[in-house]
Design a protein around this ligand. Sequence first.
Ligand code: DCP
Length: 153
Amino acid sequence: FVTMSWMIATKAARGADGTDDRPKDVVAAAIVDDGRVLLAQRAHPAELAGKWELPGGRVESGETHAQALSREIREELGAEIEVGARIGAQVMLPNRLVLHAYRARLRSGTPAALEHLDVQWFSADELRLLDLDDVVPADRDWIPELCAILDDA
Ligand code: DCP
């Protein structure tokens, strides 16, 4: 019965063409250091290029959120992080993606824009001055909480 239920559940999660249509998690890191948070400027796709985001990426199968986030930050920024508490509410993205943000601290390395246009450290005051049009839409709601975290830092 358990096997049958699993088969039915698995089948139900696949579209008629066999593609997997279950929601996929995307994780993003609010790396805080010395009272500032690191934002990265997206290089792609065209509609997001030039906008600031909390860096991160898709969780691959078998990974925890923390493992995926550490891997993405290593690949994208060349730095090692320690993943902390979740921040903000999850955000639904197009294409059945669900975005989750976590606090993080640098363990080693200096973040560099290996896959982004730029990376920059923002203080709370600098975040408050940031034009929301220059922020990836899904990340805009997190700005007040990021400011509060930095005010406390
Ligand atoms: N995203 C977002 N805000 C973030 C991080 C990601 O809105 N802080 C969105 C943008 C993309 C999706 O999540 O629509 C996946 O993000 P990435 O392209 O950064 O993830 P990957 O690097 O895993 O994807 P790819 O391999 O396709 O580049």
